[in-house]
Design a protein around this ligand. Structure first.
Ligand code: PLP
Length: 406
């Protein structure tokens, strides 16, 4: 055992409860993770001692809240090893980060006849913004396919890169297949053509150590709530050279330098992209979450979750009629599956009644689900607070599903 699982579980109050008279087993971590007391306490501490609007006051509380917010930015910078805090923009989640880049990068860099490359395994949040931006700007969106293991077709990606390509946008980890994409290799490849790469890290940053300078990616984004932090928080990392050139995404307070009757000048980075009052409470929670994860060590988390994944694979493979979707050797700790001809929704309902939270459906990845020609999957996604005993319970629940529905 890499770390003390009992102690870790004790940090998560929500895991202590029973549902349907059984201990809650939470396997819906890809949708949102649970929050440790350290995060909940940070929010309470903020409201009890520091609450105030930031960046705009000279009085004690305003200065204190501003300093705390900017300190959090420094810690997030460190967590993903960005070069500068100018490159860390707080957003309300991965979706907002991706819309920001699609809108702002699109206006600045994408014109009629240009091309953007994305993949079939994207979450709608990293698909629809590019699709719509390309439609608006008369550009073309290419979609890279996958092989039978759920791995990207890198040869296809290579063949699509050209002088017309303006951006490659892809996920670090697929939220349906669990595939960990070789993002560093893809960045290297795209950079040979002078093409910047955006990585949707919504499912990456919670499972793997991330170093944006090592990856050399041009944009990286994620949501706080999938990283044990509050909902309504998120981060967009972008290289300064692009962020400087990109126009503001939203207009209003904080993002301006001077406003005149007939024109406005804009604030410096990162504030140019942070219009309006931000979610200060949430960022305090995000800072606490990052401190918590750093304490455990992202490498340790990745190793522990990998052991869970291997255990789950071994146990679930033994079930007759069990089919995995996503069998890449490089895979994060989530498993998508179907059991015989049983509809994922029916399976999910029975599994829920046994106290186990799994997600069913298209997982906001309809192009992928259509490509696989299935109605959706059941998805069990593991976090570092999950255990082998909980996986045994899932195996038992699946045997009940088969008994009842097969
Ligand atoms: N990208 C991926 C890969 C995801 O899994 C998700 C959420 O499931 C998102 C983006 C969107 O995240 P949010 O809804 O937190 O903005």
């Amino acid at each position: 055992m890499i770390f003390n699982i009992e102690q870790i579980r004790a940090d998560f109050p929500i895991l202590q409860q029973q549902i349907y008279k059984r201990p809650l087993i939470y396997f819906d971590n890809a949708a949102s993770t649970q929050k440790p007391s350290q995060v909940i306490d940070a929010i309470r501490q903020y409201y009890e001692h520091d609450n105030c609007n930031i960046h705009r006051g000279v009085h004690y509380l305003s200065v204190k809240a501003t300093e705390a917010y900017e300190e959090a930015r420094k810690e997030i910078r460190q967590f993903i090893n960005a070069k500068s805090t100018h490159e860390i923009i707080f957003t309300k989640g991965a979706t907002e980060s991706l819309n920001l880049v699609a809108s702002s990068f699109g206006k600045r860099y994408v014109h009629s006849g240009d091309e953007v490359i994305t993949t079939i395994m994207e979450h709608h949040s990293n698909f629809v913004p590019w699709q719509q931006m390309c439609l608006e700007r008369g550009a073309r969106m290419h979609v890279v396919g996958i092989n039978e293991k759920g791995e990207l077709d890198l040869e296809e990606l290579k063949s699509l890169l050209s002088e017309k390509t303006r951006l490659v946008a892809l996920t670090h980890v697929s939220n349906v297949l669990g595939t960990i994409n070789p993002v560093k290799e893809i960045v290297e490849l795209a950079h040979k053509y002078g093409v910047p790469v955006l990585i949707d890290g919504a499912q990456g940053v919670s499972h793997l150590p991330v170093d944006v300078q090592d990856l050399d990616c041009d944009f990286y984004c994620f949501s706080g709530h999938k990283l044990y932090a509050p909902m309504g928080t998120g981060v967009l990392y972008g290289k300064e050279k692009y962020l400087e050139e990109m126009p503001p995404y939203q207009l209003g307070g904080e993002m301006i330098k001077d406003v005149y009757l007939d024109h406005t000048t804009f604030n410096e980075l990162p504030f140019k992209f942070e219009a309006g009052t931000p979610n200060v409470e949430g960022v305090m929670g995000l800072q606490a979450a990052v401190a918590y994860l750093t304490g455990l060590g992202m490498g340790n988390i990745a190793d522990y979750e990998d052991q869970l994944l291997k255990y789950a694979f071994e146990k679930l493979s033994a079930i007759d009629g069990f089919k995995f979707y996503g069998t890449s050797a490089h895979k994060a700790s989530l498993i998508s599956f179907l059991i015989g001809n049983i509809h994922p929704y029916d399976a999910g309902m029975i599994i829920d009644k046994m106290g186990i939270a799994v997600r069913t459906g298209h997982h906001c990845a309809m192009p992928l689900i259509d490509f696989l020609k299935i109605p959706g999957t059941v998805r069990a996604s593991f976090a570092f607070y999950n255990t082998r005993e909980e996986i045994d319970q899932l195996v038992f629940a699946i045997s009940r599903v088969k008994q009842m529905l097969a």
